[in-house]
Write a protein that binds this ligand. Sequence first.
Ligand SMILES: C[S@@+](CC[C@H](N)C(=O)[O-])C[C@H]1O[C@@H](n2cnc3c(N)ncnc32)[C@H](O)[C@@H]1O
Length: 250
Amino acid sequence: MPQNVFVGPIARRYDAGLGDMADAALLARTADVLAELAGTGGALEFAIGTGRVALPLAARGVQVAGLEISEDMVAELRAKPGGSEIPVTIGDMSATRVAGTFDLVYLVFNSIGNLLTQAEQVACFRNAAAHLGPGGRFLVELGVPDLRRMPPGQTSCPFDIAPEHLGFDTYDFADQHLTSHHVWFDGSECVRFDSHHRYAWPAELDLMAQLAGMDLVHRWADWERSPFTGESRSHVSVWARGTDGDGGTR
Ligand SMILES: C[S@@+](CC[C@H](N)C(=O)[O-])C[C@H]1O[C@@H](n2cnc3c(N)ncnc32)[C@H](O)[C@@H]1O
């Protein structure tokens, strides 16, 4: 069973800890790209969370639905203007089927990494394909594994040292596992959160897509659609389900 860790105080303070990921210009670019891909056929967000992306996308007139494992994250979404109008199914993105067919399924902010085994990530690709009509698109935003920061023998690396937040990653290279350790200092309160991920290279995701009957159509370095290069720190990738009806069956 996949982990469900975005609960309780972590869900309640999720939006406050978003930092640059809540930037209005970034969210506008993100919603522009998703709206173009969704067309008139509607979009399904896997791991919709508190609606960081779904709400600005819905504000563009796109019919958005969500799938999410954490009821606490959905409660945060429901408390926002427009949040109760987005239908959300509680479940696991590697297994749960949402009613309907969509032109776009999307999964952003490194969230595919929350599935900790290769089998679950492959199942997620198959589940995405099962929600798409022929030619429908699956979009994933994911960091490129940052292993170039790690000299031989080192397994941990800081990524943020700020007055209100300390963050460092630890790696298990054999299992492709990464744990991001966070400590937030919130006035007199100190909140600790360990976020577990399975990291994967873009080429591994392409193979997962092939297994699910989808082929790569775009790989950008960011939401401005910059070219993806060997120096890119993350990618926005889009795969299309085949038009021959073989999605999810390979
Ligand atoms: C980093 S947050 C991203 C939330 C939102 N998509 C965003 O961009 O702000 C990761 C989300 O994935 C959800 N999640 C993790 N594993 C999941 C699973 N197996 N199925 C559905 N949702 C999952 C978490 O509960 C959390 O809401």
